[in-house]
Ligand binder design. Structure first.
Ligand code: SAM
Ligand code: SF4
Length: 352
């Protein structure tokens, strides 16, 4: 199969049976988990081409009429916040800032679900101009992805020479008060030795850095368990420069395990998605840019909500469909098992 075919393929839309589901409003599953954290992908388009995520030519374009509109996104946020007990919404992609209506999406979402926490995961490009309007529209926080401060390493990993634009975006996010500002860095062999500099910089600028083990979600299918950089290897590289003491997770559903750096107060997080999976405590529900519910990043069934958004269905009917989709959530991803099978969609096509 080619990389392009792996981009945004058509998926089975299978609705699980609701047998055994308790009659509660929340998004519960068979394993006792409750989803309170919603990730909504706004687009498959992106201003970078990170090798661990996108193919060099980008993902195949989704026809515009199949992508959720500004109002459809805000309506789903409203349903999640008011009917389904969702407490936090994160906009992602692709790159959410390439949507011209991103500020309006945030503004309408904040109105649709008063009190819900709204955040964004972004590569930072364009944030220099958008951070202040986003904060004014109701955005609480932003996570910016940045893997290295070495300009040449950045260029070869993202296939674009845009490090200065990302740093300008981060500075603007700090200035706009989008706090705490978190930096996500995917662990790659070619940037592993840059990790101590990245941590020193994050501490200096007041950002909270989290390293993420690379998952097999690259459109190019180059991921290999044997050559992947794991948390243990990172700790040994950081340990050459910093004194690190494990302090555990902020709360049980937080994906990052935290380490105190040089006695604190600074910390560094590691999201060991592969070697120390946290599926048992997962509290996520995901919506793709085309309006499909995914109960898990890994798992190829999706439940369409866009059809209901467009056929006159009520909010309660949409909420019911969403509840059923989450009831079918599987126990875990099993990446570290020999029997693991990659999902058909890549990270940029699901929404990370
Ligand atoms: N474009 C935005 C960005 O880069 O932050 C949002 C979308 S991106 C898919 C969301 C997050 O997924 C980023 O932090 C990115 O580093 C991470 N990511 C992408 N591919 C990954 C992979 N194969 N394994 C682990 N994390 C990955
Ligand atoms: Fe774009 Fe984010 Fe994927 Fe990088 S990780 S290619 S910035 S969507």
């Amino acid at each position: 199969m080619t990389a392009v075919a792996l981009g945004v393929p058509r998926l089975r839309s299978v609705l699980p049976s609701g047998e055994g589901r308790p009659d509660v409003p929340e998004l519960v599953d068979r394993y006792g988990r409750v989803a309170r954290d919603l990730r909504i992908s706004l687009t498959e388009k992106c201003s970078l081409r990170c090798t661990y995520c996108m193919p060099a030519e980008g993902l195949p374009a989704i026809p515009r009429d199949q992508v959720l509109s500004t109002r459809e996104v805000a309506r789903l946020v409203g349903i999640a916040g008011t009917l389904l007990g969702v407490q936090e919404v994160r906009f992602t992609g692709g790159e959410p800032l390439v949507r011209a209506d991103i500020v309006e999406i945030v503004r309408l979402s904040a109105l649709a679900a008063p009190g819900i926490r709204l955040s964004l995961t972004s590569n930072g490009i364009g944030l220099d101009r958008k951070a202040a309007p986003l904060a004014a529209a109701g955005l609480d926080r932003v996570n910016v992805s940045l893997d290295t401060l070495d300009r040449e390493h950045f260029r070869s990993l993202t296939r674009r020479d845009r490090l200065p634009a990302v740093l300008a975006g981060i500075a603007a996010a700090h200035a706009a008060g989008l706090a705490p500002l978190k930096i996500n860095a995917v662990l790659m062999r070619e940037t592993l030795e840059d990790a101590p500099d990245l941590l020193a910089w994050a501490i200096r600028t007041g950002a909270r850095l989290r390293f993420i083990e690379q998952m097999p979600l690259d459109a190019d299918e180059a991921w290999q368990r044997a050559s992947m950089v794991d948390a243990a290897e990172l700790l040994s590289v950081l340990g050459r420069r910093f004194l690190l003491e494990p302090i555990g997770r902020e709360d049980p559903s937080a994906p990052a395990e935290e380490w105190l750096v040089d006695g604190g107060p600074a910390t560094v997080g590691i999201i060991a998605s592969v070697t120390r999976s946290f599926c048992g405590d997962c509290d996520r529900t995901r919506i793709t840019a085309e309006g499909g519910v995914r109960s898990c990043l890994f798992g190829d069934d999706e439940t369409d909500l866009r059809g209901l958004l467009r056929d006159g269905s009520s909010d309660e009917e949409i909420a019911d469909r969403w509840r059923l989709a989450m009831w079918g959530k599987k126990a875990g991803h099993g990446i570290d098992d020999e029997s693991f099978v990659r999902p058909v969609r890549s990270m940029g096509a699901i929404g990370g």
